[in-house]
Design a protein around this ligand. Sequence first.
Ligand code: SAH
Length: 328
Amino acid sequence: MDLQLLEKTLEDQPAFRARQVWRWASQGASSYEEMTDLPAALRAKLAEEVPFSTLELVREAHASDGTVKALFHTQDGRAVEAVLMRYRDGRRSICVSSQSGCPLTCTFCATGKMKFGRNLTASEILDQVLHFRRIEPVDHLVFMGMGEPMMNLDNVLETCRRLPDVGITHRRTGISTVGWVPGIKRLTETDMPIRLALSLHAPEDALRSQIMPVNERYDLREVLAACEAFYERKRRQVFIEYVMLAGVNDGYAQAVQLAQILDPKIYKLNLIPYNPTDSIYDGSSRNAIDSFKAALEEHGLRATVRLTRGRDIDAACGQLAAKTPASA
Ligand code: SAH
């Protein structure tokens, strides 16, 4: 729902009306009709003038593990994807997009190959969340869909301010970044206790620049310094994402290097099995991942291997490229 348009449409109404509408929407209402404490005439006016969502659902795919991927279009026809992950312990976690496409060109990521569209508005980000909230209660969220959230941080943070109303506390909200240093610094200064995750993927600059061109702009030293400052200020561990690429970043020496640059007090390392996209890379084998993990632990750095979800519907990390049925 376009919250600015909503406020404008309710200008001649008592101030609490917009809050009333938001309360219903944030608790999973699926139409103005349901908002029974609003006068009927006002409900009709809203239905007329403020589309219930800024996004149009184009397609929804359900994976065998319970993961749901939704493809939306914005009003100007941009593709946006979001994913709902259901865990056995009852957790319901949403992965949202902050941009349509992505201007960065990480060589292993499907989104990086898409044409960059634009930053999403806070309402467009929230509407991804509300879509899933209408299906069931949700409690965790990560900005790990399409785009680089730190390049759209105003809208991302505006979204975060509203998430607790939907049932997602700031502590259960995470922003993942390629290492966009100005964004990490701003997140460090916010009052919200949001988690930070860094897509690292390489233990030294030469390799990192090769697979993540953004490293030429903000190198490892600078990125890790920003993460350390975040930790000092917030006292919250930083998650490291490390996608395992066969023969590229999964060698023994690289594990040793990684253990040297990451202080286990500050960082929590997540090894991510590579999800196939049509790229030049192969994912490391299960064996290679286990050996890498053992090498890390031998050098004092604990790591977890991320469970891959939604792979059979191209909803896993790095696979959100808005394939349309025609091109799939
Ligand atoms: N731009 C931000 C937010 C996107 S998060 C960032 O990069 O952190 C998406 C995560 O999935 C990132 O860690 C990304 O590096 C990872 N990823 C990209 N392609 C992948 C693939 N094919 N398999 C597994 N993970 C991938």
